[in-house]
Design a binder for this molecule. Structure first.
Ligand code: URA
Length: 259
């Protein structure tokens, strides 16, 4: 049972300073498990406590995890040297110091981008050694050819000689210009360069999954949602690629075809 001071617990999970927490507690504005706690140095159980300040629940997790459905035209960086940052799309109520995009999508790519302040999780997720699979849907310039499946599965070599890990590929039922691809690595412009190596061209790319994190259809392009603890736990339990593609019925494919 990890006991922690109430003021430390709240300040790690919100914008409140310790002095403000002390003040609010003294005024009876803070509750723990529904009971008013007037002393901010009271020890609470960080794993089970349900804390409210001024009637608003304090996030149970020390870290924040946000899933963004990235739109075209934003850079996956906190810096703005190469364009407008995705961080600007985070609504004020979800903003917090230390947030950064855990991963990269090209400026013109769309889809699932995790934004967090949990450096350790981001490191685990991005480490080349963890091989967390990611599934993308792409709109191709020319029709899909079934020979691509074996070429990608055998570990394709890019035009500059870079060897790729085996990747799974499937043509979407809706159109022979839509395909799903699963990668276990993240080289620069990798999906685009892989299709270029088979003399096709990616016109539009959307990331649908990052490990077990699946872009929900209700999350419109440009929108963010805060993730629940269980979603974050699922990050390292990815879906089966074939099942995912078979079950994929989403407005996103219509969007890909029409834009
Ligand atoms: N591969 C690409 O080419 N671009 C992305 O944004 C992600 C993967």
């Amino acid at each position: 049972m990890p006991l922690i001071r109430l003021d430390k617990y709240i300040s790690e999970r919100s914008e409140y300073s310790r002095s403000r927490i002390k003040e609010l507690a003294a005024k009876g504005k803070i509750t723990v498990n529904g009971v008013t706690v007037k002393k901010s140095d009271t020890k609470i159980d960080a794993e089970t406590a349900s804390v409210e300040v001024l009637g608003t629940p304090v996030a149970a997790s020390k870290f924040r995890y946000i899933l963004l459905n990235k739109p075209d035209g934003y850079v996956s960086s906190t810096e703005e040297n190469d364009g407008v940052s995705v961080m600007r799309l985070i609504p004020p109520e979800l903003r917090k110091k230390g947030l950064f995009p855990a991963g990269r999508l090209d400026k013109d790519s769309l889809g699932a981008l995790l934004i967090t302040d949990d450096g350790e999780l981001a490191h685990r997720l991005l480490s080349p050694r963890s091989h967390v699979p990611k599934i993308y849907i792409v709109k191709l310039d020319k029709p899909f050819k079934s020979k691509y499946i074996d070429i990608f599965n055998d570990g394709l070599i890019l035009s500059d000689g870079t060897q790729c890990l085996p990747a799974k590929l499937k043509c979407a039922e809706k159109s022979d210009k839509l395909a799903f691809i699963e990668l276990h690595e993240g080289k620069y412009h990798q999906v685009k360069r892989m299709f270029a190596a088979v003399e096709n061209h990616v016109e539009r790319l959307m990331r649908l999954t990052v490990g077990g994190l699946i872009l929900p259809e209700k999350l419109r392009i440009g929108e963010c949602m805060e993730l629940l603890h269980k979603d974050v736990e699922n990050l390292f339990s990815p879906p089966d690629f074939d099942d995912f593609c078979t079950d994929f019925i989403s407005e996103f494919s219509a969007f890909m075809l029409n834009n």
